[in-house]
Every structure is written in structure tokens, then in C-alpha cells.
Design a protein around this ligand. Structure first.
Ligand code: PMV
Length: 354
């Protein structure tokens, strides 16, 4: 077979939902009960770098995360690998004298090495960036012709929120109607330059891994929460339209109002689940109270907050000025220490310290 190796490296940032995805209508295909909208962070911060390699000398598919080998046997990895392999096309590398035909990809094995530039255990969404990066890198290696939206539908089967990391800027995951999930994919609403004065600061309240995984949390909410049914049918469709408008018009007051309300409703659904799920803790609640108070002391809101399946706060400031005031206030009221239960702050976007 000859001793050659072909590699591709890709980098993908994580994304933070401002209209949340919570609940699946199909668990194996990962089809959501509502549309969601997110903002993709700057690639400098919170991103995954993945190198995929193929060689005839590899005897099986293997993967390493931050230097440690992890199992690829899970259904989600397997779905992504299967879907990408099914779309592989001929690859020719003249420099190395390598020719791989469409059929060869069925027999060739892959080695995958993935690194997060942030602590994986910090409770910050890492699966979104990870699965999006894996699918993107494999697509490049195997010369897959599908566009970003079609690739997003594959990444979705690895981790729902991953489908939104295939694009920068503001992204909508359309829930779709088809039973096979072919129209449940991500589209870009606005690129990263559209609203670049926004600054994102992440308050790492706890670095512990969450107690209830999003998969089991969603399952329990779908089975037991009436609020989830109401949210998916009556609330989110209207919010999605308003959020798209706020993003197009760079209307921060509306953007912040919708973002905070949606985060709060998602956590209300968690509380409405039987047994109830608590993702936020006292420090998270104190941050919400402070931001609400700071926003009311200004003419217009300056900060939006949103929390995923954990206690860490994602704070989105209207501009650099609002972000530096916010950081000063946070460091004063929530200095990183055991007392305040605050770990650290991460600038998710466009360093304001520059
Ligand atoms: O894609 P998952 O299974 O990690 O679920 C993500 C769920 C939330 O982060 C809470 C919301 C979202 O839309 O990202």
C-alpha cells in the first residue's frame, strides 16, 4: 500500500445560543422541538483545533482529545463518520503521489486529534465546537462537496448545538419538518462583521462538570414539562422573528431583552421538569440580579446575560465601553475567590484589554 499519510487541520469556535434549543422530537437523529439562534465566538477564544489523518497503515479509527485517547464507539461519532464517509469523493495529492478513490474511503481508517484552547472541564460548551470541527475537517480530507448548511445537518447528529458552529456571526438552526432530518440545519443570519462592537465575557462560576447532561435533561423536560410544550409552540416562533429583526437592526435593547427572557424561560422549563433540574446556582442568580439592576440604572440596557446547562454566565456587552465597566464591576462584586464562588473570567470575544 505504500507508507503515506494525508492530513487536514481545521479550527472551529464554540457558539452561545441567545434563543435556546431545549428538547428533541427525535433523539437518534437529534431533531429539535424549536428553532434556535446563536452567536459564534471569535476563533481566537474558546475554539477546537482538530487534525484528521488517513493512512493505509492505520488499522482502525482512533481519536485523541487533548492528548488522551477517547472511544469512538458512541452512536453520535459513528453517525458523523458514516454520513461523511458516504459523501467522500476522489482525492488526489500530486505532490505526495497519492490517489484515493471514492471506494477506498470505505476501507481506509482515520486518526483524529482534537484540542480545546480552553479547559474542557470548565463547563463551557465544548461539544459544539468539537463536533463541528470534526465534521468540517473530515469533509475537507475526503473532498466532500456539500456546502456548510449540508455539513451542519451532519454535525447536528453529533451534537445538536454543533450544527450552529459551522458558520461565524449569527446563526439560526432551523428545526425542519422532514422526518429524516434533511431540512434540520443551520443558516447564517449575519456574518461576524455585521455587529462587531458586541463584547462577550464569560464568568466561570464553576468548573465542575454539570450533573445532568443536556441529553437526559432534555429527555426529562420533553416527557414532563408542560411549559416546554407551550414554549416550543407559542413562545419561541415569535421570539425567533423578533430576534432576527433585532440582529438585522443591531437593536441592542431588543436583543438583550429577548436573550435574557429566553435564558430565564429555559431555566424555568428546567425547574418545571420532574424531577426539577437546577443548572444555575446562587452566584448565577446574584449575577442576574446585578445585571438587571445595572441595566435599569442606565437609559437603555447595556448587558445581556444567558446561561446554558450550567452555572456559568455568558455576558454580552453592547460595546467596549460597556464591557470595561462590566468587567470592573464584576471584579469588584465577584472577585475570583472561594468566597464568591467565582473561578475566573474569559473574554469570549474581541479582547477589551487591548
Ligand atoms: O447540543 P447540546 O446537547 O450540547 O445541547 C445544548 C443545549 C443548550 O446549550 C442549553 C442550548 C443551546 O441552544 O445551545
Amino acid at each position: 500500500a505504500g507508507e503515506w499519510i494525508l492530513t487536514v487541520t481545521a479550527q472551529t469556535p464554540t457558539n452561545i445560543a441567545v434563543i435556546k434549543y431545549w428538547g428533541k422530537r427525535d433523539e437518534s437523529l437529534i431533531l429539535p422541538v424549536n428553532d434556535s439562534i446563536s452567536v459564534t465566538l471569535d476563533p481566537e477564544h474558546l475554539c477546537t483545533t482538530t487534525t484528521v489523518a488517513v493512512s493505509p497503515s492505520f488499522e482502525q479509527d482512533r481519536m485523541w482529545l487533548n492528548g488522551e485517547e477517547i472511544s469512538l464507539s458512541g452512536g453520535r461519532f459513528q453517525s458523523c463518520l458514516r454520513e461523511i464517509r458516504a459523501r467522500a469523493t476522489d482525492v488526489e495529492n500530486k505532490e505526495k503521489g497519492i490517489k484515493i478513490s471514492k471506494k477506498d474511503w470505505e476501507k481506509l481508517h482515520l486518526h483524529i486529534a482534537s484540542f480545546n484552547n480552553f479547559p474542557t472541564a470548565a463547563g463551557l460548551a465544548s461539544s459544539a465546537a468539537g463536533l463541528a470541527c470534526l465534521v468540517f475537517a473530515l469533509g475537507k480530507l475526503m473532498n466532500v462537496k456539500e456546502d456548510h448548511s449540508q455539513l451542519s445537518a451532519i454535525a447536528r447528529q453529533g451534537s445538536g448545538s454543533a450544527c450552529r458552529s459551522l458558520y461565524g456571526g449569527f446563526v439560526k438552526w432551523i428545526m425542519g419538518k422532514e422526518e429524516n432530518g434533511s431540512d434540520s440545519l443551520a443558516v447564517q443570519l449575519a456574518d461576524e462583521k455585521h455587529w462587531d462592537e458586541l463584547v462577550i465575557i464569560i464568568a466561570v462560576v464553576s468548573s465542575r462538570q454539570k450533573e445532568t447532561s443536556s441529553t437526559s435533561g432534555m429527555r426529562e423536560s420533553v416527557e414532563t414539562s408542560l411549559l416546554l410544550q407551550h414554549r416550543a409552540k407559542e413562545v419561541v416562533p415569535k421570539r425567533i422573528l423578533k430576534m432576527e429583526e433585532a440582529i438585522q437592526n443591531r437593536d441592542f435593547a431588543s436583543f438583550a431583552g429577548l436573550t435574557c427572557a429566553d435564558s430565564n424561560q429555559f431555566h424555568a422549563v428546567c425547574l418545571d421538569t420532574c424531577p426539577p433540574i437546577f443548572y444555575m446556582n446562587d452566584t448565577s442568580h446574584r449575577i442576574i440580579s446585578c445585571v438587571e439592576k445595572w441595566n435599569r440604572s442606565e437609559e437603555a440596557p447595556q448587558i445581556a446575560y444567558t446561561f446554558d446547562a450550567g452555572p456559568n454566565a455568558v455576558l454580552i456587552a453592547r460595546n467596549r465601553k460597556a464591557a470595561s465597566l462590566l468587567l470592573q464591576r464584576l471584579l469588584y462584586y465577584f472577585p475570583p475567590s472561594a468566597d464568591t464562588n467565582m473561578n475566573s473570567y474569559v473574554l469570549g470575544d474581541k479582547s477589551i484589554l487591548k
